[in-house]
Design a binder for this molecule. Structure first.
Ligand code: AMP
Ligand code: MG
Length: 334
């Protein structure tokens, strides 16, 4: 039987344990999402949640696939970026499994994992990644031995912005999917005059910003209602991400756009990506929803690639790095 690499994801609200076979077959994760009763995510409360569910998730994924510890070849974990207390739980779990099962440990970059799972699943080769998630919004592409950040949000992640807008309207986390439904229900009535639904549009060169649009969308919702403002919020914020992605394709000469992160589950964002790519002779790709959101499988997949290149993480180098940058992790595979 082929061995597997186990991946531990714990950067923010989700603890997720996934696997990939040594030859690169993705095995779905078992996940548990911390959802606060009120307000935003408190890192320590999320970390407590992760500790409580950790051993159950490990057993669940192993039992489901009929794997014993002897099938496991390595343990991979998110070393950063993310919320310190949450990262620490994942790292401790990974160290413990690595020691107990006597297999190598490998700490990986969460943002890079979104790219590698997308490449594995969609077959795209050298994409520009639009990484649109709760805490992160970045446009990334490979140049030489690094994935470079070509543009990114200067304030909050697009998913956080959608979640905050939702929370103001008593919609619990995650708000993004509900806003998507409200927007499409409103638009299904036909969209005509939209000048009164205009919102700020924040593209700064290759960078983005979402706090201004959030404030303006909250006032718009008081005037025009939740459906119309949800629709307009999606149109403006997604268009800004697609514009920066298009410029990234133009500057790099690459011809594939890959979507990743939880917001990449959104049908309207996917449609905009497809239209833009078609217009410029490029192709748009996205993995299945379970691999767009944070998941342990993508951490396992990046771990597999790193181990193939001979990289492992010694215990003394396994400290988490909440501020880890996408472009600080060397990339040596094809
Ligand atoms: P992640 O941080 O990558 O795990 O993704 C979580 C974020 O994705 C949250 O901010 C969600 O609101 C957002 N999200 C999930 N599904 C959708 C969707 N269909 N449309 C917009 N945002 C979404
Ligand atoms: Mg993520």
């Amino acid at each position: 039987m082929e061995g597997v690499i186990v991946g531990v994801e714990s950067t923010a609200h989700t603890l997720s344990i996934g696997m990939v076979s040594e030859s690169g077959e993705l095995i779905p994760s078992e996940s548990s999402v911390f959802t606060p009763e009120h307000g935003g995510i408190h890192p320590r409360e999320a970390a407590d949640h992760h500790s409580l569910v950790a051993s159950e998730l490990v057993s669940r994924v192993m039992d489901r696939e009929g794997f014993a510890p002897s099938n496991v070849k390595a343990i991979s974990f998110s070393q950063g970026p993310g919320l310190g207390p949450c990262l620490r739980v994942g790292a401790s779990l990974a160290r413990t499994l690595s020691k107990t099962w006597d297999v190598p440990l490998i700490g990986v970059n969460h943002c890079v994992a979104h790219i590698e799972v997308g490449r594995n699943q969609t077959g795209c080769d050298d994409p520009v990644l639009l990484y649109a998630s709760g805490g992160n919004t970045q446009v990334i592409a490979r140049a030489g031995s690094r994935y470079r950040v070509l543009g990114e949000t200067l304030d909050i992640g697009i998913g956080n912005m959608l979640d905050k807008f939702a929370r103001i309207h008593d919609i619990p986390f995650p708000g993004g999917p509900v806003i998507e439904r409200l927007a499409s229900e409103w638009a299904s009535g036909g969209v005509s005059a939209t000048s009164e639904l205009e919102l700020p549009y924040a593209v700064h060169g290759m960078d983005l910003a979402f706090s201004g649009i959030l404030t303006a969308a909250i006032s718009l919702s008081e005037r025009e209602g939740l459906g119309a403002s949800s629709w307009s919020l999606q149109e403006h914020s997604f268009a800004s991400c697609i514009e920066v992605s298009e410029r990234a394709l133009a500057h790099t000469g690459k011809t594939e756009l890959l979507l990743g992160g939880g917001v990449a589950c959104n049908g309207r964002l996917r449609e905009m990506a497809e239209i833009m790519c078609e217009e410029r002779g490029a192709t748009a790709h996205w993995p299945e929803k379970q691999y767009c959101i944070d998941n342990g499988t993508m951490i396992a997949e990046l771990g597999r690639r790193e181990i193939e290149m001979g990289r492992v993480t010694n215990l003394e180098d396994s400290a988490i790095n909440p501020m880890l940058r996408t472009d600080s992790s060397p990339i040596s595979w094809n």
